[in-house]
Design a protein around this ligand. Sequence first.
Ligand code: GLN
Length: 533
Amino acid sequence: MANTKYIFVTGGVVSSLGKGIVAASLGKLLQARGYKVTIQKFDPYINIDPGTLNPYEHGECYVTEDGRETDLDLGHYERFLNIPTSKANNVTTGRIYQNVIDKERRGDFLGKTVQVVPHITDEIKRNMMYLGKTGKYDFVITEIGGTVGDIESLPYIESVRQVRWELGKNCLCIHLTYVPYIAAAKEVKTKPTQHSVKLLQEQGIQPNILVLRTEKELSKNICRKVALFCNVDEDAVIQSYDVSSIYEVPVVLSKQGMDKIVLQKLGMPADGEPDLTLWKNFLDNMKNADKTVTIGLVGKYVELPDAYKSINESLLQAAAYHKRKLDLRFIHSEKITEKNVEELLGDLDGIVVAPGFGQRGIEGKFIALKYAREHNKPTFGVCLGMQCMVIEFARNVLGLSEANSTEMDPKTPHKVIDLMEEQKNLTVMGGSMRLGAYDCKIEKDTQAYKAYQSDLIRERHRHRFEFNNEYKQAFEDKGMKCTGINPDTGLVEVIEIPELKWYLGTQFHPEYNSTVAKPNPLFMSFIEAAIKN
Ligand code: GLN
């Protein structure tokens, strides 16, 4: 595949338009035509990675198999394309500068003044071309984070301009903008789009394709007007109107021939149609489901659904496979009390206790888990959620009323969850958790085994604390079993209470490994149990 094609996706007018979804959808369409595709994201912020960011800043932190903490858009890329991303798929300004400064210190630029152009732009370009140069892909789609016009986006836009100049026909630029509807005037307005494209043109880029985000479908006239004023072919003005699910976007784009236009503009054969059979089956199941499964997600970022993006999507995928609509209720763990727990959780089919860090909201999680355990509700604890299952069980079943994680109470007399040995002498916060995919041995005749149908699995991690094996026997004697263990370290990865219908916690994050084509087995099994319930 010497002739890799590069597609860049930029955004204008406002952020949060769903560039990631558009990039993933286009990737899906090209993949569904038999091409090998990867998608990467360049984020203009100065953090080395989003691992140290509060979810309020950028939503969930997604983790790749090779252990990189990344932007949540990589989750969309994986869910749509069903292929793993890696640390090469997400690059930030921080990382670019770090590389350049390291080179400068090594003496690589000896005698030269190190500048944004060409040194930073060269480093951006090197990273932009990296995956393409592996020879594994027909298409590399690159999403540029942020909005055109931002100061910090400038070196990226300049790099795209240069790459495009160098690659000529093998490169294509797609610009995503917003067309607002002004209710008072009863009109949609294209001026912000025109301005945004002008800004891009000023920076040397004439987009080949425009994608207009809009709440309502736009008329032909509006699209023609945008084409004329933005200097883009009429058929290359695509609209992405609001749909009820992100998984419909590939279909919306394909109906307007976006994949064909991309192929034509890159000088490739564009006949035939993408094979979206599986995808459309999934959509049909999701949309035509007449029954609902009601799941409560107990966490502390409930006002911010992006904080639990991958969990939401994993639940939705598993529900669709079971031909159910997902009614997902976010339950604020800080608001749960002994008094209202019945009211909040009583009518749920299943409960998920979310991952997280720190003390805030933790007591509510214990109350929820005690209720779930005593009322035999299908319950799934993920990472911190699993650790909370352990602590609640220690307190209320083993009678260790002060049991805790040393994360919450370093002086607890019963450290049932404790800092991992290799974490104890760490002083840096960034990228230093136990990250990425590790093996887990699953015991036979357990819920986990029934779900995975395998005694050796691999899932992704992001944590510092672990189940304290000194208490393992005590837990097992009282009915909480350790059913998944890391074969190399003995670290407990899965706990279950076999006596209950479905009560299972994982130290790993199965939600990072669930796609439309291949929903995660644990989420499938959990939803099945919730439905039976
Ligand atoms: N705070 C816990 C730990 O570091 C759990 C992390 C998580 O839920 N991702 O171990």
